[in-house]
Design a protein around this ligand. Structure first.
Ligand code: FES
Length: 141
């Protein structure tokens, strides 16, 4: 079992507007504090390597998504699942439906011990296979 690695303090994260990018063990990641919850992702977007760490947060009734600044792809903060709106061409009067592309962006586990935040990389917890963002984050050659 992998040991959690110290990432930063909660105070440091809050002083950075609830978002902090860093390199740990050669991996470029960022931690996000959103609605009191902590999340961690690889920094570069699965689609074309865009700066996901700069993405705005968009909340729907069901999901909170980080929106990549380059092409506006939406990824859930909870799991890195890609979401998109689908229109039924046979029923154009119905509103677009939110659909899933599956897990696209690698997320990591953030734990807190008092003011200290730790990262446990997801690829060391259990073999998850690969996700598309691994290509831009040094896991796939
Ligand atoms: S690089 Fe992120 S949506 Fe295209």
């Amino acid at each position: 079992m992998a040991e959690p690695i110290f990432a930063c303090t909660m105070k440091d994260l809050q002083q950075n507007g609830g978002r902090k990018r860093m390199t740990i063990d050669g991996k470029d990641i960022f931690i996000l504090l959103h609605k009191g919850q902590l999340y961690a992702f690889d920094s570069f977007c699965y689609h074309a390597g865009g700066p996901l760490y700069q993405g705005d947060i968009e909340d729907t009734s069901e999901y909170s998504c980080i929106v990549c600044p380059w092409h506006k792809y939406k990824l859930t903060v909870q799991s890195g699942e890609g979401l998109y709106y689908s229109v039924n061409p046979q029923d154009l009067k119905s509103p677009p439906q939110l659909c899933s592309k599956g897990a696209k962006q690698r997320t990591h586990v953030v734990t807190r011990q008092e003011d200290r935040l730790y990262i446990t990389f997801s690829y060391t917890v259990k073999p998850l296979g690969t996700v598309e963002s691994d290509h831009y984050n040094g896991l796939l050659m």
